[in-house]
Every structure is written in structure tokens, then in C-alpha cells.
Design a protein around this ligand. Structure first.
Ligand SMILES: Cc1ncc(COP(=O)(O)O)c(C=O)c1O
Length: 387
């Protein structure tokens, strides 16, 4: 018998640092979790009803591979009205099983074995693994709180080699909450142009911004032709369980994504597509309601953490605060573990998100205001012992 039947690239893949933590949390009681990376809201009822109605109407079949045309049209319309970027719904937009699938498709469609992908970190935990699974090499580019977690063009430029194929950016950012400035993105665009790179832009949290404007990377001059834009519904509309998202790209690239999708997925869930259409057509008031509640919690948690001596950069997007825990005099893994064991507050160690995350923890404020208040009281007790 072989020692393992698993492929080397799979057997050697590191398990996500987030999961390890949730396994511990699941065995404990009375935990306030600031660990969760998804909205605490349920999907707004009108959106749920659209999904149910589609099932009752007998829409229980596959859709076209690219997804229902009406939804692709609505996505194209929304992108144009929000960001002024134009996509042909027939050839440049496809519906996927969340941004997760869209990312998988994008990387597998463009990477040759050994191609390098520049990834500003800290970042969403799947990026490095997805690049490896697609045969590529993740090249991590740490960002820093001193730079407001904006990726620096000089750091990117220094990492470019003849094997560099793409840059994978994500603003608003998970886990830092940073929103890229137009200037940052223009500098990334200039590099992409100079070195002929593809830019994969994960804009899953585009509507969750507070007091600033989200800039769509593909809308920058000359960028439409080299950008794979990933977007979705999971966070904006509290629809994580529906597993629905989209990719938009120039037709020659999108055709590649679609080819893989056609053989692996066929089509995204039909009832989820109906619900997503309702979300785009009538969901804006719900987004605004959720956004203003997130904003209230954001102010509470950022002020609270700073007040306790945990220096916290002001996040302008998504629903995460990313405090520096140096004042506690321990590393982020120890901090998260002790805080969980001693005060029953779950946060995620920054190292789980890659280089640049050391010494920070991610606190999600996608949890009730009162729970955040209680979590802050518990963290205060913790800091009285260690701070
Ligand atoms: C930056 C980022 N991209 C993608 C995903 C996955 O999203 P989806 O539910 O659309 O697959 C997440 C989920 O946390 C995320 O934070």
C-alpha cells in the first residue's frame, strides 16, 4: 500500500488557522465570538421569499452554465451605475458558487505550473491555498498598520519576477478592514500595465464601507482588459449560506473561467440565483440598514479597543477590527488562546491571515452590539491582568 493516496500538493496543504480555533470554541460554553467572518443578520425576508418562490414555481433545474441572463444583466447594470465600469452580460459576466468558486476558476484559468501570484497580506485565509491548488506559487507581500494596510507599490515591484502572472487584491479587506485609496489602486494598475499582469480583484465587501467610497479596480483607466473582478452577495446581503457570487472579466478571460465551471459545477444553485436577482433589484434598503448597524458597532469596538490600550487602526470597510495586541505582552496566538480560555472571548490570531498579521488579532463586529459591549468588558479584565 502507498503511504498516502493524496496528491503531494494536497497532503502538504496547511489547515486553515481559523478552523482550528473554531473547533476549540465549539467545545466551550458562554463564549462571545468575535471570530466569525459572516453577518449575524439572516438574509432579508424579501430575498428569502424570492428563493422560495422560484422553488414553488418549479425552477428546480440547471440554469445555463453562465447563470440566468436576467441576473447577469442586473449585475452588469449595477456595476455600471455604481462604478461606471461596463460589462457585456452575455460574454463578460458569470454566476458562481460564491466568490470562493470564482477565485478557484480565476486562478485555474490563468496559471501555468509555477506561475507566481502576488498577494498582499494579511488576507483571506483561502488565497495562498487556492494558488497552490491551481499549481501556482503564492508570493506574500506584507502590508503594515503604519501604511493603513494599503499595499505599497514598491513592495509589489520588488517581488515581481519573470514568473509573476497576477496580483490578487482584496479591498475592503478581510481581516484588516482597510479600504484601498484610489492612489493605491492607481499604483497597482501602473505596475500591472508595466509588467503585463492580470489583476484579480476580490470586491466581496464593496457595499460595506463607512464614510468612504469603494473604488472598483476594473473601472480604473485601462484596467478592464486585465482585471478579473470577483463579487458577491454573501456579505453585502447576508447570504453566505446561499453560495452565490459572480465573476466579471473581458470575454477572452471569462471564457476560460466558464470552461472550468462548465465541467466542475455546471451552474450555480438556481433558487440562489433568483434570490440574488431580488437582492440586486430591491435589496438596497436592507443593505443600508445593516451597514448603519455595522457602523454603530464599528465605532463601539474601535474606540473600546483603543481605550484598552490595544492600538486599532480605523477600519473603513467590511466588518472587522484588527487591533495590535503588543500592549498585552504576548504573541497573537497566545493572546487569542488565553483570552478564550480565561475570558471566553473568541478572536482570531492575525498570523492565521499571513505575514503582516503577527501581533494583531481579528475581531469581527458582525455580532450584536450588546455582545460587543460585554466582550469589551471581558477584554478589559484581561488587559488589567496582562496590560
Ligand atoms: C475576502 C473574501 N473573499 C471571499 C470570501 C468567500 O466568499 P463567498 O461566500 O462569496 O464564497 C470571503 C469570506 O469570508 C472573504 O472574506
Amino acid at each position: 500500500m502507498r503511504e498516502t493516496y493524496l496528491a503531494h500538493r494536497v497532503a502538504t496543504l496547511k489547515p486553515s488557522g481559523i478552523r482550528k480555533f473554531f473547533d476549540i470554541v465549539a467545545t466551550m460554553q458562554d463564549v462571545i465570538s468575535l471570530g466569525i467572518g459572516e453577518p449575524d443578520f439572516v438574509t432579508p425576508q424579501a430575498i428569502v421569499q424570492a428563493g422560495i418562490q422560484s422553488l414553488h414555481a418549479g425552477q428546480t433545474h440547471y440554469t445555463s452554465n453562465a447563470g440566468i441572463l436576467e441576473l447577469r444583466q442586473k449585475i452588469a447594470e449595477t456595476l455600471e451605475s455604481a462604478y461606471g465600469v461596463q460589462y457585456d452580460p452575455l460574454k463578460e459576466v458569470m454566476i458562481t458558487v460564491g466568490v470562493s468558486e470564482a477565485l478557484y476558476l480565476a486562478l485555474n484559468a490563468i496559471l501555468e505550473q509555477g506561475d507566481e501570484v502576488l498577494i498582499p497580506t494579511p488576507c483571506f485565509v483561502s488565497y495562498q491555498a487556492e494558488v497552490i491548488l491551481a499549481g501556482g506559487v503564492p508570493v506574500e507581500i506584507p502590508t503594515r498598520m503604519e501604511d493603513a494596510f494599503q499595499v505599497r507599490a514598491d513592495a509589489l515591484a520588488a517581488a515581481i519576477t519573470p514568473r509573476t502572472k497576477a496580483i490578487l487584491i482584496a479591498y475592503p479587506n478581510n481581516p484588516t478592514g482597510a479600504v484601498a485609496t484610489r492612489q493605491t489602486l492607481l499604483e497597482v494598475a501602473a505596475l500591472a500595465e508595466k509588467h503585463d499582469l492580470v489583476v484579480i480583484s476580490d470586491e466581496l465587501y464593496d457595499q460595506l464601507v463607512y464614510g468612504v467610497k469603494h473604488v472598483c479596480f476594473a473601472a480604473l483607466p485601462g484596467m478592464h482588459n486585465r482585471t478579473i473582478l470577483l463579487g458577491g452577495f454573501s456579505k453585502n446581503y447576508a447570504m453566505t449560506g446561499w453560495r452565490i457570487g459572480f465573476a466579471a472579466a473581458p470575454s477572452a478571460i471569462l471564457a476560460g473561467l466558464l470552461r472550468i465551471h462548465q465541467y466542475t459545477i455546471m451552474s450555480a444553485p438556481t433558487m440562489a440565483q433568483a434570490a440574488a436577482l431580488e437582492a440586486l433589484a430591491h435589496g438596497q434598503p436592507y443593505v443600508e440598514e445593516m451597514r448603519s448597524e455595522y457602523d454603530r458597532r464599528r465605532i463601539l469596538i474601535v474606540n473600546g479597543l483603543n481605550h484598552l490600550g490595544l492600538a486599532t487602526f480605523e477600519p473603513r470597510g467590511a466588518f472587522y477590527a484588527f487591533p495590535n495586541i503588543a500592549a498585552a505582552g504576548m504573541d497573537d496566538e497566545t493572546f487569542a488562546q488565553k483570552l478564550l480560555e480565561e475570558e471566553r472571548v473568541a478572536v482570531i490570531p492575525g498570523t492565521a491571515f499571513g505575514p503582516g498579521g503577527e501581533g494583531f488579532v481579528r475581531c469581527s463586529y458582525a455580532t450584536a452590539y450588546e455582545k460587543i459591549e460585554e466582550a469589551l468588558l471581558r477584554i478589559q479584565k484581561f488587559m488589567q491582568r496582562y496590560g
